[in-house]
Design a protein around this ligand. Structure first.
Ligand code: CA2
Length: 147
């Protein structure tokens, strides 16, 4: 069984730590990636990806069908718009955990609906960047239980 966990990040998350720290904090995506890798130690591997393009995220989800045991996804604004990402996730068989750094339910109403949630096995919102480690931890637990 694969021991690779795919963490996907959608549009604008490359700006993490560089803009709007009052919403998203001061840590960069590189720090988040390092935190996830540290958590996995030698037990699992992490591939940590970011794209501003919907189709690229879809392609990575397709690839994960062959390579990965679980997906953590912060689809950014595509969370609220993308049936294409939902369809791709529906074709992935392992655990899918949805991540949002901010508490989307406390924000504008257009952020309250998530297409990703129609597929996700769990969701973490409003825990800041700690949500990524929680997602990785959950995927490791689910995958270990399947052995
Ligand atoms: O809270 C989250 O993680 C979001 O997925 C972030 C998205 C937003 O559209 C979702 O509604 C909630 C936005 C990501 C933009 O990230 C930035 C980070 C720093 C500076 C500017 C944008």
């Amino acid at each position: 069984m694969s021991r690779l966990i795919t963490i996907l990040n959608g549009p604008n998350l490359n700006l993490l730590g560089k803009r709007q720290p009052h919403i998203y904090g001061y840590d960069t995506l590189e720090t988040v990636e390092n935190n996830c890798r540290t958590l996995c130690r030698d037990d699992f591997e992490v591939e940590f990806l970011q794209s501003n393009h919907e189709g690229q995220l879809v392609d990575w989800i397709h690839r994960a069908r062959e390579t990965s045991c679980g997906i953590g996804i912060n689809a950014g604004a595509y969370t609220h718009t993308s049936v294409a990402i939902l369809d791709a996730l529906n074709a992935f068989e392992g655990p899918v955990i949805e991540i949002h750094i901010s508490n989307v339910h406390k924000r504008e109403s257009f952020r309250h609906h998530s297409y990703i949630s129609l597929r996700a096995d769990g969701a973490i919102v409003g825990f800041g960047i700690e949500g990524y480690e929680a997602a990785v931890r959950r995927i490791m637990t689910v995958v270990e239980a399947q052995k």
